[in-house]
Design a protein around this ligand. Structure first.
Ligand code: GLU
Length: 429
């Protein structure tokens, strides 16, 4: 889908928040505090490019709320990044950590840039420049960044290294999503995608559906999507479509195979940003269609695992009646207009800040491991992740059932109540 410049993610995050603040009768003080970030930083990052010129990149860090613990959230490198995108994502991080019930608040960062067009050295300079601007405002007990769209473990390591240069010590708890062996946690790479499928497994079970009788269509083929596909297929499901962003054509393509995609085969023809090679896919027997056809598939489950603003009032009508579940691997993929329609149709939506909370939950485990300097086996990480996600899912779905709430609204009720209680208990409001 082309980028919609009129869409404002922060306006959307506030609309979602206001609806539940009204529903639970949130007091004006807590409402005023939680509607806006506590702090934000906007700054310039000058970078000497490989050709000798200097380019100045715009960087951001937004700290939405830290009543429950240090701010936590990723750093996104994206050409269409805006201050309002980072604000929205930081607010969603606050709700995500609260729903996962981990002792962290919400933050988010970003840089307006396109890593497709930058050398490794230029990206390293952006990472180090980002930390130089923020070293006094982040830290293991203040604000802990992590990867997000188009940032990787290598970026996190450069950032940690710069932070340690500035502060003069070893502080692996300053950032998560680092490479394994350099303070990273086993299981962190697959954690977000696996977490989506842990929730989906519970949702299917609750509705009495056998995963091996289901088919699914995925938007995106990045880190979240690839690992969600892996576990969903292990559970017996069939993936009939994945979509991916094509950098050359600046649009998305859907890769359709009605008898089920082969994950390893697709991984073998994909670049590090999740871009699938179209010609090779055609040779392998995939039908390759330009546009957002992942949405039109006649499947049981849709999994948007790319960016915000993908299921909207304009396109929600294209979703087939057969679709009964939507699991949001991305942050903010569904607008409030689309939500109203999905709720009417009785679609079981596993909302973003529940469905994709596996990433930050494993980041929390990574922090615990770094702070105690003792690293866990992969099986233990994934077992604890599954426990956390399963219990978060049930606390939301039980509330949704007992109060007859849409799943997103139930997740908001739990999250806002927890964060507002922390603000009240601290005497802030
Ligand atoms: N960027 C990821 C998210 O949106 C992970 C954040 C983290 O691990 O702190 O949840």
């Amino acid at each position: 889908m082309a980028h919609d410049t009129t869409f404002n993610p922060f306006a959307m995050a506030r609309t979602q928040f206001d609806k539940i603040a009204d529903l639970i009768g949130l007091d004006p003080g807590a409402r005023g505090l939680l509607r806006s970030p506590l702090r934000e930083y906007h700054f310039s990052i000058p970078v000497r490019m490989d050709d000798g010129s200097t380019r100045v990149f715009q960087g951001y860090r937004v700290q939405h709320n830290d009543a429950r613990g240090p701010c936590k959230g990723g750093i996104r490198f994206h050409p269409q990044e805006t201050a309002d995108t980072v604000r929205a994502l930081s607010m969603w991080m606050t709700w995500k950590c609260a729903v996962a019930d981990i002792p962290l608040g919400g933050g988010k960062g970003g840089v307006i840039c396109d890593p497709h067009e930058l050398s490794a050295r230029e990206q390293e300079a952006i990472c180090r420049g980002w930390v130089r601007q923020l070293a006094r405002n982040i830290g293991p007990v203040a604000d802990v960044p992590a990867p997000d769209v188009m940032t990787s473990p290598q970026h996190m390591l450069w950032m940690m290294d710069e932070y340690e240069h500035i502060t003069g010590g070893h502080f692996p708890g300053v950032i998560t999503g680092k490479p394994v062996g350099m303070g990273g946690s086993l299981g962190r790479t697959e954690a977000t995608g696996y977490g989506v499928v842990y929730c989906l497994r519970e949702a299917l079970d609750k509705q009495g559906v056998d995963p091996s009788d289901t088919t699914a269509s995925f938007q995106g083929f990045g880190n979240v999507s690839q690992y969600a596909i892996e576990l969903y297929k292990e559970m017996g499901g069939t993936v009939v479509c994945v979509s991916s962003w094509d950098q050359t054509d600046q649009t998305t393509y859907a890769f359709v195979k009605t008898d089920g995609v082969d994950l390893e085969q697709l991984r073998g023809i994909t670049d590090r940003f999740g871009g699938i090679d179209k010609a090779k896919a055609v040779d392998l027997g995939y039908e390759v269609v330009p546009g957002d056809q992942w949405l039109d598939q006649d499947v049981d489950i849709l999994l948007p695992c790319a960016l915000e603003n993908q299921i909207t009032g304009d396109n929600v009508g294209r979703i087939k009646d057969r679709v009964k579940f939507i699991a949001e691997g991305a942050n903010g993929p569904t607008t409030p207009e689309a939500d109203a329609e999905l709720e009417k149709r009785g679609v079981f939506v596993i909302p973003d800040f529940l469905a994709n909370a596996g990433g930050v939950t494993c980041s929390y485990f990574e922090q615990v491991q770094c702070n105690t300097n003792f690293f866990w086996e992969r099986e233990l990480v994934l077992e604890r992740l599954d426990q956390k996600m399963t219990s978060a899912f049930h606390s939301i779905s039980d509330l949704a059932t007992s109060k007859k709430l849409y799943m997103r609204d139930a997740a908001y009720v739990v999250a806002i109540n927890r964060v507002a209680a922390a603000c009240r208990d601290r005497g802030w409001v």
